[in-house]
Design a protein around this ligand. Structure first.
Ligand code: UGA
Length: 448
């Protein structure tokens, strides 16, 4: 099938490349000409395992092309994926400007029956909104062309996006058009049946991927409710971790014991400094906003946000407990990305923590295996170190913020000799507490 993907961010690019790899002809468009020109050369600016190779492979085979002309892409595609951003406004309400612009463009460019498919995480009711805007923008030359809107949320995790695209846990299709649903089943056929070259001998290959057909509003809510539930799980566990600290229990044993109950499960039960990234913060706020907009209380969602906002400041409190006054102390912060295996620092706890230490007068050295430039919002007073040892030389405290694997292999004897005082705060309960204590560190975790 001929597919046009509008927007080449995480979702758009991964979706486009995945559809090309399973055999469709994909044109990815983005109004950012610089980005398109890099992508045409096979250069991918986001860090995602396996993505760049797949982009290059599919450019070479002619299955994947890039273009900065959205109207052209819409004209060529039979199925149009909307994968543009919906950043939050200060109120928590998602900003739909990019979606609206794209819908107007689609209305003007329709040249036959098309399926307009929304993959961006959008507020409840956006499918109906897009339909209205497209209709309003059809003119007398193309007003006779019909189209169907489909809500098809994505569930990719950053850092595992390629795997999640090929081997998803479910495909959700929200539409009331039988014709569109049939076409979607064909489009995703190779994924549903796990029958495509990339799946052969891949350990992640599934037997079959479940496909759920529902109305567009329920489909939109499935996405928000899933992210909000996962965020709730983490905030809940963090609250229990805080109770553990007060009563002298160990969160690692507590979550292990809870997770053995299959109804609870052991995944997404890691206590730490809370969730960040481009999805959970935005989506939980948006769902709370929608609930209140429709006169429904968002008591749990608001509490989940509140617990998460507090959690990153636990690191500051723990640092104060260890060091007393923070002013003039040197602190090495390891990890900037909001989680490992991505270079994304959006709403990362690292930024809040580093900025707060700077505000309190500390010298802050930061190190991340991949993030090498100042992320937005990180105070320029932070000093980038070339490696973890440089970040920790002469420091009073090491703070582990992101659980990158390479931090497990650090030479902690060397770190002990570099630090002025052997203090470690492990914001992810990631390091070997006993080993570090044997070496002579004062180790402080979360809830243990
Ligand atoms: C999340 C969802 O997991 C995806 O299913 C969804 O498609 C995506 O949002 C989206 O809406 O696009 P992502 O933001 O990439 O994916 O990251 P996660 O791996 O879910 O982690 C989110 C945050 O939770 C991170 O800050 C992570 O450190 C934190 N986390 C995760 C914990 O603190 N504890 C855990 O046990 C798990």
């Amino acid at each position: 099938m001929k597919v046009c993907v509008i927007g080449t961010g995480y979702v758009g690019l991964v979706t486009g490349v995945c559809l090309a790899e399973i055999g469709h002809d994909v044109i990815c468009v983005d109004k950012d000409e610089k980005k398109i020109s890099s992508l045409k050369k096979g250069q991918v600016s986001i860090f995602e395992e396996g993505l760049e190779e797949l982009v290059r492979k599919n450019i070479d085979s002619g299955k994947l092309i890039f273009n900065s002309d959205t109207a052209q892409g819409v004209k060529e595609g039979e199925i149009i994926f909307i994968c543009v951003g919906t950043p939050p406004l200060p109120s928590g309400k998602p900003n739909l400007t990019a979606i609206d612009d794209v819908a107007r463009m689609i209305g003007k460019s329709l040249n036959g029956y098309k399926i307009i498919l929304n993959k961006s995480t959008v507020p409840i009711g956006t499918a109906k909104r897009i339909k209205k805007i497209i209709k309003e923008n059809q003119d007398q030359d193309n007003v006779s062309y019909k189209f169907d809107i489909v809500s098809n949320p994505e569930f990719l995790k950053e850092g595992e996006a390629v795997k999640d695209a090929f081997f998803p846990e479910r495909i959700v299709i929200g539409s009331n058009s039988e014709k569109a649903i049939d076409i979607m089943k064909k489009l995703y056929g190779p994924i549903i049946n796990q029958d495509f070259d990339y799946a052969k001998n891949n350990i992640n290959k599934k037997q079959k991927v479940p496909i759920l057909i529902t109305d567009s509003t329920s489909s939109e809510l499935i996405k928000y409710a899933s992210n909000a539930f996962l965020a709730t799980k983490i905030s809940f566990v963090n609250e229990i971790a805080n109770i553990c600290e007060r009563i002298g229990a160990n969160i690692l044993d507590v979550t292990y014991g809870m997770g053995l109950d299959e109804r609870i499960g052991s995944r997404f039960m890691k206590a730490g400094i809370g969730w960040g990234g481009s999805c959970f913060p935005k989506d939980v706020r948006a769902l709370a906003y929608t609930a209140e907009e429709y006169g429904s209380q968002a008591s749990i969602l608001n509490a989940v946000i509140h617990v998460n906002n507090q959690q990153r400041f636990k690191i500051i409190q723990k640092a104060m407990d260890l060091l007393g006054i923070i002013d003039d102390k040197a602190i090495g912060v390891l990890g900037l990305s909001f989680k490992p295996n991505t270079n994304d620092t959006r709403e990362a706890p690292s930024i809040t923590i580093a900025n707060k230490f700077l505000e309190l007068g500390a010298e802050v050295r930061v190190y991340d295996p991949i993030v090498k430039d100042y992320p937005d919002n990180l105070d320029k007073g932070a000093i980038f170190a070339k490696d973890p040892y440089e970040a920790l030389k002469g420091a009073d405290l090491m703070v582990l913020v992101t659980e990158w694997d390479e931090f497990l292999d650090l030479d902690f004897e060397r770190i002990k000799s570099l630090l002025i005082s052997p203090n470690i705060i492990d914001g992810r309960n990631f390091l070997d507490k006993e080993k570090l204590q044997d070496i002579g560190f004062k180790y402080v975790g979360i809830g243990n």
